[in-house]
Design a protein around this ligand. Sequence first.
Ligand code: SAM
Ligand code: FES
Length: 347
Amino acid sequence: MKSLIDTLEIKGTLSKEEFVELLSGYTEEDTEYAREKAAKTANQYFDNKVYTRGLIEFTNYCKNDCYYCGIRRSNTNVVRYRLSDEDILSCCEQGYELGFRTFVLQGGEDLRYSDEDMIRIISSIKKNYPDCALTLSIGEKSYDSYLAFYKAGADRYLLRHETANEEHYRKLHPASLSLQVRKQCLRDLKAIGYQVGTGFMVGSPYQTADNLAEDLLFIKELSPAMVGIGPYLPHHDTPFAEEKQGSMELTLFLISILRLMIPNALIPATTALGTIHPLGREKGIMSGANVVMPNLSPVSVRKQYELYDNKICTGEEAAECRFCLQNRMHQIGYEIVTARGDFVPLQ
Ligand code: SAM
Ligand code: FES
């Protein structure tokens, strides 16, 4: 296994068979070996700096019905909300004071927002905070919509592919959604010029080592600026309520693998990782991640954006999370920086 990890470090990839071998036969010693290499690589590119993004969950309405997601359309127990333009701007104002220079607008696929609405929101954030980057994470749109948002000032886009395997995709989503469309969206976003982020849940129902190998190869091919992965965590009001959660160890191992594959990538230590273990985000950073994404949404709505059970930080104010994370990073020898933290392509 160690020689596979050495090869991965040198070549930045492995064959599908090699990835499958690595992911189905690794030991704790192997994960530690990969972790050390990944942490060293992250340090070479980013020193001990951790970028921070202020996450604004502005709507929990969604037209989709993904079987794993707590805010899926069919979950009638969710109290739905939308933040007004003023609410969103006041989250940015608070965030800016706390040192955030990237805002992430995330939401369900909410049909109430027309392109004009999104353009208005994007333009006003960029007008008020011209020195900040704006990331969108609002799902699948047409090429023209993505282009219009980009022209309005959006810099980055997060759209996890969820799984690169057709059959697996079918098991996680209703027939109205397709992997082909998802992949096309990612290609469109890249072609337009966004810094693009993709990713997947680790341990989602029916996932195999073979699927994960395909995820890694898809990511290698797409060559995104950002890769977000986190453990799958069940939500009690979904068809997957009884499925078991993903593994923290495998998530950390995959973060290390991704760091070795794309040394300059922006890789978050996700909220899901912080939910599965009290020190999950710290472990993520020590395994090669270099971004944290604390929540800037008003506390009054946080509990309603529950993608999975027991999500952390639903009762904390933005400032509390900001300083909590700062302390957490300090304790492991890292430092949160006030910078946009753009993707820097390799020479
Ligand atoms: N609607 C946008 C989209 O589809 O890209 C953004 C919001 S969506 C809720 C954000 C991400 O949450 C998804 O890409 C998915 O990977 C993750 N997610 C959803 N349900 C989850 C669960 N039960 N456990 C872990 N992650 C989950
Ligand atoms: Fe929210 Fe620690 S990050 S309380």
